[in-house]
Design a protein around this ligand. Structure first.
Ligand SMILES: Cc1cc2nc3c(=O)[nH]c(=O)nc-3n(C[C@H](O)[C@H](O)[C@H](O)COP(=O)(O)OP(=O)(O)OC[C@H]3O[C@@H](n4cnc5c(N)ncnc54)[C@H](O)[C@@H]3O)c2cc1C
Length: 469
């Protein structure tokens, strides 16, 4: 019998497998998709026009996660252990803000919280946004870094949506939009629309994964998406691909059910007996697995209620990062019809210019229903509004519509609607017999980020090892 079956070969599952092997336990990893990585995946750019230098330089882009910050210590250690090199995420130059009919540029990195008043924002709106920000930051500071549902104020905060908070604290269009944009596009606890997500969830997200720690400070040469394959090296036959796990059974005939018969992890083609299992995927995806004995009610509610964000990531490549010639950083934000946030993701070793654009929330629902050419025109049109008409002439364009990925179901991560934290917070980490949970969604620190995935995998491995003795 294998010691541990890990279900899901995303970052969390691969890290859990690595840790278990390091502790001398035998492991099998079962992955539904044809390749490892989950939300961590890269692709080579296929250029539509010749690069001026003739031969195409090797250029990879991340369709999933890409940025890393200085306090992502576990993830940084993994990168270093596998020889992956980092470089500063390009942000020299002016940020573009489009709001309503106004467009302006200003200095100050604006992806998290604003660092200075953009010239086209009226003072009344700006002052309102800053007052509201002060309230929000005080709320964030009042919460714990670990899971928040046992905090004395948790139930009161969890009753409300983030939109309730926006309505109570803003009275100008810019301030209202800014916090809604923040909820949709910044950080990785969603993206969610503010009327869908719990106030407790949004505030705790900033507490435990703060923009103030600069989580988007660096990028990885060749893409973050090369790491999963490196982590999977050495697994050999212990890695089973293209087999979605359909059921997990535990024997029930003794007081410690798994002690007798262990755990059985079942796919359409195979069955794997083990002493314990780690399910390393978003809770909503775990909802597709049939568990016997059945999961407790709070865990079922978690799997039914914790919703994957709606996000498409689009990478657009140009012959060079031409926006820099106009003194622009390539960071654009604003209430555009489709793209509320984009950033320069140029790897200096490729000689190209690359913008990463995000279509999120309800915008993503509408965009996803368009035809191929319309979707492309929509994104390029918004990039042109930010940076100018040269945006309309890319040499490569690639999009990843994450909600259409059957074994991921959305991006960047999952969010909690009002009431779910207080109903089901305990079920995030509580094992079900000998079935343990991992994945960035269950992390207490940096949930939604690579760092959270790594931490959750390490934690699950340690818990299982302690349980198996
Ligand atoms: C567009 C996008 C941008 C992002 N940007 C960043 C960023 O810049 N920085 C950052 O830190 N993070 C970012 N993230 C988040 C980061 O990618 C994730 O937090 C992390 O990769 C999640 O890893 P995971 O192992 O927890 O989950 P996943 O990667 O979702 O892995 C779960 C695995 O389980 C598999 N699976 C599902 N169902 C089954 C089943 N029934 N049987 C077997 N296997 C199954 C899936 O195929 C998948 O491989 C981004 C994510 C996206 C999508």
């Amino acid at each position: 019998m294998i010691d541990v079956v890990v279900v899901g070969a995303g970052l969390a599952g691969l890290v859990a497998a690595r840790e278990l092997r390091r502790r001398g336990l035998s492991v099998r990893v079962i992955e539904a998709a044809p390749a490892v990585g989950g939300r961590m995946v890269r692709t080579p750019l296929k250029l539509e026009a010749l690069h001026p230098a003739g031969a195409q330089p090797p250029a990879w882009v991340d369709l999933g996660g890409q940025w890393v910050g200085p306090s992502h210590t576990r993830f940084l250690a993994l990168l270093q252990a596998h020889g992956l090199r980092r470089f500063p995420s390009p942000n020299d130059g002016e940020t573009v803000l489009c709001f309503g009919t106004h467009r302006c540029t200003f200095s100050g990195f604006f992806q998290g919280f604003p660092e200075g008043q953009p010239p086209s924002v009226p003072s009344r709106d700006w002052d309102n946004a800053m007052e509201a920000l002060e309230h929000f930051q005080a709320l964030v500071a009042s919460l714990p870094e670990g899971h928040p549902h046992h905090h004395p104020d948790a139930a009161a905060l969890d009753r409300h949506s983030f939109q309730d908070w926006i309505d109570a604290h803003t009275h100008t269009p810019f301030a209202a939009w800014y916090f809604a944009y923040f909820c949709r596009a910044v950080g990785f606890l969603g993206p969610a629309e503010p009327d869908q997500v719990s106030l407790l969830h949004v505030a705790w997200g900033q507490r435990t994964a703060p923009q103030g720690d600069h989580p988007e400070e660096e990028l990885i040469h060749g893409g973050a998406g090369q790491l999963p394959a490196l982590l999977a090296e050495g697994l050999g036959d212990a890695l089973v691909l293209k087999e979605p796990v359909r059921a997990i059974h535990q024997a029930t005939s003794s007081s410690d059910p798994a002690e007798e018969g262990g755990v059985e992890v079942i796919t359409d083609r195979s069955s794997h007996r083990c002493r314990a299992a780690i399910v390393a995927m978003p809770p909503a995806l775990a909802g597709a697995i049939r568990f016997t004995p059945a999961l407790p009610a709070d865990r079922q509610a978690l799997q039914q209620g914790m919703t994957m964000g709606r996000c498409t990531k689009v990478l657009v490549a140009y012959r060079r990062p031409w926006w820099r010639e106009a003194g622009l950083s390539g960071i654009g934000i604003g209430d555009r019809p489709w793209v509320e946030l984009c950033a320069d993701s140029t790897d200096p070793e490729t000689g190209l210019g690359v913008l990463a654009a995000f279509v999120v929330g309800r915008r993503q629902e509408r965009w996803s229903a368009l035809g191929t050419e319309q979707r492309r025109a929509a994104v390029l049109g918004d990039l042109a509004a930010f940076f100018g008409p040269m945006a309309l002439e890319p040499i490569a364009y690639v999009e990843k519509d994450w909600p259409r990925e059957p074994f991921v179901g959305g991006a960047f991560a999952a969010w909690m609607p009002p009431g779910l934290w207080t109903r089901s917070g305990d079920a995030l980490l509580r094992p079900h017999g000998r079935v343990f949970w991992a994945g960035t969604e269950v992390a207490e620190r940096w949930p939604g980020f690579f760092e959270g995935a790594v931490g959750s995998g390490e934690r699950a491995a340690a818990d299982v090892a302690a349980r198996l003795g």
